[in-house]
Ligand binder design. Structure first.
Ligand code: PAF
Length: 281
């Protein structure tokens, strides 16, 4: 596996690869890899000749300094996992490589980012869009792979690709879960044993709510019951639970025939912020 730390080295590699007619897949990550990331790498390896994975803990998308400081960093372990999953090229830049100067450009995704993660983490999607744009320019992939666990991020990246005419295909892979339903996340490593034992409630609440949506229970009622169930577990501090249109991400007052619904939740559990979602077609 090639390992590059500079954009110039990565760019020379991908240009040569493209000239040789090879197809490139990009899996952007912030490291502390789990099976969800490795599924993305395996999907990219099945589709593409070269798989570029990036590991970069992007400071501009963190609105909480403690979250940035405590974000797990495991470069040696990650490197071994990537090589085993079929990654051919690892890009591991430092902050000065990605941000040689502070960025002035600001992204505004309109209503798409005024809800959920965008509303609760000001500036988060500006940071995501900035770094993802830079990675697209540096790695020039034919395909880019993202996980559905970050549902709103996927919607933002889809809009970014459309608005800036990035010549690549977005591939979205389903959320990978632990046996008890907890969505895999790098932040799960920070859960205490007690918090980890309580964590599956997040997915249980989503599953229960999805059943209610299918039965036609009103969105406000689904939301209220989900928040009340989470509040019963003293370790959880729910941040939001939204019943939204899966395309526009806007909260629903009522269901519309033929339009998919997404249920999205964010909650703090023992000092760790977790998110999850399910789509009801
Ligand atoms: O999903 C993530 O890990 C990050 O938001 C991403 C896409 C790698 C950008 O930093």
């Amino acid at each position: 596996m090639h390992v590059f730390t500079t954009a110039a080295d990565l760019q020379s590699f991908v240009e040569a690869s493209r000239r040789a007619g090879r197809r490139l897949g990009l899996v952007p990550t912030m490291g502390a890899l789990h099976d969800g990331h490795l599924h993305l790498v395996q999907a990219a390896a099945a589709d593409c000749d070269d798989v570029v994975a990036s590991i970069f803990v992007n400071p501009t998308q963190f609105n909480n300094p403690d979250d940035l400081r405590l974000y797990p960093r495991l470069p040696e372990q990650d490197t071994a996992l990537l090589a085993g999953a079929g990654c051919t090229t690892l890009f591991m830049p430092d902050v000065a490589e990605i941000y040689p100067q502070p960025t002035v450009l600001r992204f505004d995704f309109g209503p798409l980012e005024r809800v959920m993660e965008g509303a609760h983490r000001p500036g988060h999607f500006n940071g995501v869009a900035t770094v993802v744009s830079k990675l697209f320019h540096m790695a020039r992939p034919h395909r880019a792979y993202f996980g559905q666990k970050d549902f709103q991020q996927v919607a933002i990246v889809r809009q970014l690709i459309a608005d800036l005419s990035f010549d690549l295909e977005l591939v979205v892979a389903p959320t990978v879960r632990e046996a008890d339903g907890l969505a895999m996340s790098s932040r799960n490593r920070r859960l205490s044993p007690e918090a980890r034992a309580a964590a599956p409630l997040l997915h249980q609440v989503l599953t229960q709510a999805a059943g209610q949506v299918r039965q036609g229970v009103a969105p406000t009622e689904v939301q209220a019951q989900a928040l009340a169930t989470l509040a019963q577990e003293p370790q959880f501090t729910p941040e939001y639970f939204e019943v939204a249109d899966a395309q526009t991400l806007q909260p629903l007052a009522r269901y519309e025939a033929g339009r998919a619904v997404v249920l999205c939740v964010a909650a703090h559990l023992g000092g760790v912020r977790l998110i999850d979602n399910v789509v009801v077609e």
